[in-house]
Design a protein around this ligand. Structure first.
Ligand code: EPZ
Length: 421
């Protein structure tokens, strides 16, 4: 096991380069199942979830090579068939693996994929995924914890109106419809930037995809695909995390390799909280911000405030002069970081999906437990501004989605190290 040790109160300053997005890389890797042509994916983040997804593809027979040094993945599926069974052992740690269901089903007419199971933040059901695939003509049953899907004559384009907004379900259905016969219209789909990056990738593969409205997509299925070279977009959640790190303890923190236009909502909230920012097209500089003001936010699907930044902004709210509120509208149990932040001196009350944060509070280092990917990074942020030493256990949660976090922070003058024990 490993833990992180953070010695607080160093002023964060310097320049940090944002890595590629894990949540853009994962669906693109799933979509590679459709193709027998050469695929080159650049700017991938070397994080646990991307390695796990690569192992899952290798397990089903994909000819995939991960070049850690060059942050590049090469895929060339020459085999006519891939295995169409995705085992629980590979899905239990990474629920996003369920998005190989759509491509396997669409390409090979069948797929047996383990139900992903829940996690700390919620039960993570897949009913919307299955709803969409059934609309495309799949026969689906659940047996012994597995989704058993069949479409002997392949999938057929149709109109799919999703009952509620789901990132993963939208991705599964887009990829499945890309190889289906005919035209598919998807309404009420998620429109996260990572999904736009996926549709850019699919267009390069030769699929005709049109965003016909904010939450509407038209897909003309095509089985004659082209070789593709694609660079994954930046990780907007990592960018948001570093903006908050700068706001918490910054002198001057320059964050590069991003697209500010994708961070509109996050920048609006930070400005409202009194964070001083210099915003350019592909870089954001956080300046020393003394008087942090409270805010009230609601987590929403894009372009709303991202649930994946909720735990992080809560730490900034602890330092704000006044009462802040966070309504978590996406996941049913995403306040697991609150007890840990309170043990460090936070004064946060949770009632249902509403957290009330009283500030400003001084934070003191403590031994704390990470519970999920974004909660773990909120404990790092708290450690950066706490007195004395914070020890963060179960750091494997952090490694699922942040590339070289300690190295990037150390380069910006943070005192943070990793301990094997
Ligand atoms: C994606 O998860 C992200 N993961 C999550 O990031 C992110 O928090 C989430 O979208 C919301 O933005 C990846 O992209 C790999 P959803 P996903 O389907 O697709 C309910 C991180 O930290 N729902 O949009 O699983 C669901 O329970 C991770 O990087 C159903 O009810 O999220 C949730 O309440 C955490 N039925 C809500 O919808 C379904 O079939 C949104 O889930 C699917 C989802």
């Amino acid at each position: 096991m490993q833990k992180l040790i953070v010695k607080g109160r160093n002023r964060i300053s310097g320049t940090v380069k944002i890595s590629g997005s894990k949540n853009a890389t994962l669906p693109i890797l799933a979509a590679s199942i459709l193709s027998n042509k050469k695929i080159e994916i650049n700017n991938i983040p070397i994080v646990k979830d991307v390695i796990t997804m690569s192992e899952l593809l290798k397990h089903i027979g994909s000819n995939i090579k991960v070049n850690i040094k060059k942050k590049k993945i090469l895929i060339l599926n020459k085999k006519k068939f891939l295995k169409t069974v995705a085992p629980y052992s590979l899905l239990k740690t990474m629920r996003a693996g369920v998005i190989i269901l759509g491509p396997l089903l669409s390409k090979f007419g069948r797929a047996t994929v383990s139900l992903p199971g829940g996690c700390a933040i919620g039960t993570r059901p897949v009913d919307i995924h299955l709803f969409g695939l059934k609309k495309l003509g799949a026969k689906i049953k659940i047996k012994n914890g597995y989704i058993i899907a069949e479409a002997k004559k392949g999938l057929n384009g149709t109109t799919v109106k999703l009952p509620s907004i789901s990132v993963g379900a939208t991705e599964n259905i887009i990829i499945a419809a890309s190889y289906a016969k005919g035209v598919t219209y998807i309404n009420n789909c998620a429109c996260e930037p990572e999904i736009k990056n996926l549709t850019d990738f699919l267009k390069k593969m030769g699929i005709k995809i049109f965003w016909t409205g904010k939450r509407k997509i038209k897909i003309i299925g095509n089985q004659k695909l082209r070789s593709v070279k694609h660079s994954v977009m930046f990780d907007r959640i990592e960018a948001g995390t570093f903006m908050i790190a700068g706001a918490l303890s910054g002198k001057k923190l320059k964050i590069i390799n991003l697209e500010s236009k994708i961070l509109k909502k996050e920048l609006l909230v930070l400005k409202k909280m009194g964070v001083k920012l210099k915003i350019k097209k592909n870089e954001i500089t956080v300046l020393n911000s003394k008087n942090i003001k409270p805010a009230s936010i609601v987590t929403e699907p894009y372009p709303g405030f991202p649930t994946d930044l909720q735990a992080q902004i809560m730490v900034l709210m602890i330092k704000a002069r006044g009462i802040s509120k966070i309504k978590e509208n996406i996941f049913e149990n995403r306040f697991m970081h609150v007890p840990e932040l309170n043990r460090m001196g936070g004064k946060i009350k949770v009632s249902g999906n509403l957290s009330t944060i009283h500030g400003p509070q001084e934070l003191n280092g403590a031994e704390v437990m990470a519970t999920d990917l974004r909660a773990s990074v909120s404990l790092v942020l708290a450690g950066l501004v706490a007195n004395n030493r914070t020890v963060i256990n179960r750091v494997y949660h952090l490694d699922r989605g942040y590339e070289n976090l300690e190295k990037k922070l150390r380069k910006c003058n943070a005192n943070i190290s990793r301990l094997n024990y």
